[in-house]
Design a protein around this ligand. Structure first.
Ligand code: SF4
Ligand code: SF4
Length: 82
């Protein structure tokens, strides 16, 4: 995992704001956005600083609604997962 960086994509309209991903993130960069409401009426999660994402995938694994997709890159910026 050393040297890897991540990028996550959040399907905001699928998020139900449960907060499970925010607890699972070792970089502590996921927060519930209390300024927004999605079409389901939930306050969705957002990323506070994508540059700190290590691409660990914890958030995606934790999400019960498959609302997060994670890409992980090596130091040459090559994608190292799907
Ligand atoms: S991939 Fe890991 S570091 Fe990145 S947002 Fe998800 S839990 Fe946090
Ligand atoms: S775990 Fe999924 S549904 Fe829950 S806040 Fe995170 S993205 Fe939204």
């Amino acid at each position: 995992m050393a040297g890897t960086k991540g990028l996550i994509l959040i399907a905001v309209e699928r998020c139900k704001g449960c907060g499970m991903c925010t607890v699972a993130c070792p970089s502590n960069i996921l927060k519930i956005d209390k300024t927004r409401v999605n079409v389901k009426g939930y306050q969705p999660v957002t990323v506070t600083d994508m540059s700190l994402c290590i691409g660990c995938g914890n958030c995606a694994q934790m999400c019960p609604d498959n609302a997060i997709t994670v890409k992980r890159f090596d130091s040459q910026r090559r994608v190292v997962n799907g």
